[in-house]
Design a protein around this ligand. Sequence first.
Ligand code: 5GP
Ligand code: MN
Length: 360
Amino acid sequence: MTEPSGGPAGGAFAEAAPPLDAGPTEADWTAAVAAVRDLPADGRVLLICHVNPDGDALGSMLGFGLGLRRLGVRRMQATFPGPPEVPEPFQELPGLDLLVPATEAYPDPDLVICFDAASGSRLGELVDRLETARAALVLDHHASNTHFGRINLVDPHAAATSVVAEGLLGRLGIELDAGIAECLYVALSTDTGSFRFEATTPAVHELAARLLATGIRPGDISRRVFDTRPFGAVRLFGEVLGRARLEPAVAAGHGLVWTYATQDDLARHDQRPYVLEPLIDSVRCTAEADVSCVVKETTTGDWAVSMRSKGAVDVSRVAVALGGGGHRFAAGFTGSGTLDEVVGRIRAELDGALTGAGRH
Ligand code: 5GP
Ligand code: MN
């Protein structure tokens, strides 16, 4: 990507209806700062992130929550839809004490802030808070974001939602401390694939430098987040990778590599579903395929699909066509049916998908 690292040069000269991918305007930032500053003294803040939260969802939410705490906000909860289970790699994040199960979340908070969700459908049973809250703020970086908040800070050029979160913390005058920094660092390093993806701009490294300057330990954090898994997961990965299939003709010859994991696979190795998340990284390194997929059975007949591309195919188009969303290089959706049906739909979309010079 070749965008400048700063924000878009809209400002006072921005058109009345800027394109959705232009990023937040100064008016958006001002409205977001006001939404926080206008909280009543005992105002209740509810922080939400997307279902099956990843490092960016949890890290940007908890880092921002710790920042609000520094600002003096006392009544605050953080939550996400579904079972209140934090994946093992994130179980030492600072700020976890803010978490409550979705069933206990304030029904009508003074302010709701939503992190890393491209649409309301990623918020499950919590989506109604966008209506019941007095103010609703969305922080995100997905190009497919539907701007479902009343105030939207959506920057598709940001490498992670944590970049947007840090922008708002800065505008609120909140200084980074080691707790905030660790959360934001986990978010930034997970969403940039440890600073390897195209979105790793100079601004990303400058932010990482500011975070590291608080004294956090990147070696310890990376070992915990990326390089630790139970032995059962290691053996499960071996099995799932051993059945990967390469289909070189798919996607107009750009190639597809894919594999799958069932509930039974997880049960046999006594593993929780989130251990499957890093699997896509071992599949996508296949030299002969531009597109990679891991198809994960969530409940019987329902599959969560992770897709990655090396650039020839815009997988977000495929995911959106199949009811999901994401980015050009990383996207996903949930589908129902048999494994063959779900993979057949992916193949059909890939064969029909525009290749080459799509938008980001
Ligand atoms: P992952 O494969 O890591 O779960 O997700 C990759 C990207 O696709 C993320 O940006 C994520 O937000 C998006 N994504 C994954 N699954 C879904 C889904 O079911 N719906 C939507 N809208 N986006 C998804
Ligand atoms: Mn993200």
